[in-house]
Design a protein. Structure first.
Lengths: 360, 130
């Protein structure tokens, strides 16, 4: 089992450690609910060093990404700008979702999921053939996400003035290189904050400083409830290689224009659209008490669907879920829980943003 | 270390049983079980009047991450359920042996109590699972 540079810090903080994609990671440090609320109301930090940081460099880095990714890196004109994209196979299935940061036309930083590391690297290297570019894994970097309404202010309290001057100007979904660090205003919680990459040998010192600034560690359990409330997809649960991006709530990340950009998976998605996309990706809110879980059956007038991720929302005090249902599904459905049917409301797949409910 | 009160009996499915001495018992889940589950957000209680046989699934405790069945450790009729858990499932986490009790049974036979685990035997079971 692999360990991040923060392993000892997790143990010292009382973490319950679990196997996550071959990594020993903290699921919680005592109370997942309390950690969830800490991020929504103040600030918390997540060890995301298990995620894979890749640097792509070379004269043909950009044409390579124009082919590899379903979103269009040509949208990226300003240094540091980030783009969320799917990497599709020829059948339009999702190999992984990722974030790519534009540094220049010949340099990009890409962050992919830990659980898909081997197949992603194999696919990306295979597709790289014939392009003048190199892909380098940055396992020398540690990565922390600091998230919450007070996250940025608390990080600034630790920075020298010249660094604050740069980090303060970062707009949402932009990053900047500051010395040996890369700081980006991105995250996976629906809250403001930073994702920070820095040399792994600084890990314990950075951890101590952040804890000292009032930013406690948060486990993967709360990371999951936070992202689900924010309506953010989880790879392997909400989509994978067997599901189309168009039925996974990811249509907004597919860049169809320009029409002559022949990204991998384009033909399959166009064929799917031509015959009509059969399913849609929605949010569900259970009307009574209980908890929604993945793979529960959803029934509506238009037919049947399935929950892809479900949980109890600590912010709303209700069971919520993401689900794939027939396109014609209306505003009401029933969910089968242990053999009984319970009514649920069909909503847009987002529940909480910046600490506030978005349910009407 | 989890708390295992000496005055209770236990089932290997992690329920505790308090013998009220009048042919009825109070049942809940152990401190060890609640710690494994983490923060509870929902408890599905059995129905009053239900006739249970030892080993029957009779309820569910759900944490944010997982659902776990509650089993009847002995046979009998459900005579009372803890309605406080409907709005405050976290009582099972904070006070598993008192305010977090789940249901009460009128025993079919007090003889079944002798088949349950003592506090020592349950502690050994928990230690062996760790």
């Amino acid at each position: 089992m692999q360990r991040t540079p923060f392993y000892q810090k997790h143990l010292d903080a009382g973490a319950k450690m679990v196997d996550f994609a071959g990594w020993e990671m903290p699921i919680h440090y005592g109370s997942q609910l309390q950690e969830h609320k800490q991020v929504r109301s103040d600030a918390g930090m997540f060890d995301v060093s298990h995620m894979v940081v890749l640097d792509l460099q070379g004269a043909e880095a950009k044409p390579y990404l124009l082919k590899l990714l379903a979103n269009n890196v040509d949208k990226l004109k300003e240094s540091g700008k980030a783009l969320y994209s799917c990497m599709l196979n020829e059948q339009g299935g999702v190999i992984d979702d990722l974030i790519v940061y534009y540094l220049s036309d010949t340099a990009y930083r890409i962050v992919v999921n830990a659980g898909t590391r081997e197949k992603d690297l194999a696919w990306m290297r295979q597709q790289l053939q014939g392009f003048d570019a190199t892909l380098t894994e940055r396992s020398d970097l540690a990565m922390l996400a600091v998230q919450g309404p007070n996250a940025r202010a608390k990080v600034f309290s630790l920075m020298p003035a010249d660094e604050i001057a740069i980090a303060e100007l970062l707009k949402p979904f932009y990053g900047a290189q500051i010395g040996s660090w890369f700081i980006a205003r991105t995250g996976y919680t629906g809250e403001d904050g930073f994702e920070m990459m820095f040399p792994a040998e600084q890990a314990e010192k950075v951890w101590d400083a952040l804890v000292g600034a009032g930013i406690p560690p948060i486990g993967l359990g709360a990371r999951d409830t936070l992202r689900l409330e924010a309506g953010m997809n989880l790879y392997g649960t909400d989509m994978d290689e067997t599901t189309s991006a168009l039925t996974s709530g990811l249509g907004w990340t597919i860049a169809w224009e320009p029409a002559n950009r022949d990204f991998i998976g384009r033909q399959a998605l166009e064929a799917e659209k031509a015959v009509g996309v059969q399913q849609k990706f929605v949010g569900l809110v259970l009307e009574g008490k209980g908890v929604l879980r993945s793979h529960m059956k959803v029934t509506c007038e238009a037919g049947e669907g399935e929950i892809t991720s479900g949980t109890f929302s600590p912010s709303l005090g209700l069971a919520i879920a993401l689900a794939r249902v027939p396109v014609a599904c209306g505003e009401q459905c029933s969910i089968e829980i242990r053999g009984k049917l319970y009514p649920a409301k069909v909503v847009k797949p987002v529940f909480v943003r910046q600490g506030q409910s978005v349910l009407s | 270390m989890s708390n295992v009160p000496a005055n209770l009996k236990y089932a290997d499915s992690h329920e505790w049983i308090l013998d009220q001495g009048d042919g009825t018992v109070t049942i809940g889940i152990t401190d060890h079980a609640q710690a494994l589950l983490g923060d509870l957000v929902f408890v599905e209680l059995p129905e009053v009047g239900a006739q249970l046989t030892a080993g029957d699934e009779c309820g569910v405790v759900e944490s944010v991450k997982a659902a776990s069945d509650i089993y009847a450790p002995v046979s009998g009729e459900v005579i009372e359920i803890n309605h406080a858990l409907e709005d405050s499932p976290e009582l099972v986490n904070s006070d598993p042996y008192a305010a977090g009790w789940i249901f009460k049974l009128k025993l079919d036979s007090t003889a079944e109590l002798t088949g349950l685990l003592t506090a020592n035997a349950y502690s050994e079971l928990v230690a062996a699972e760790a």
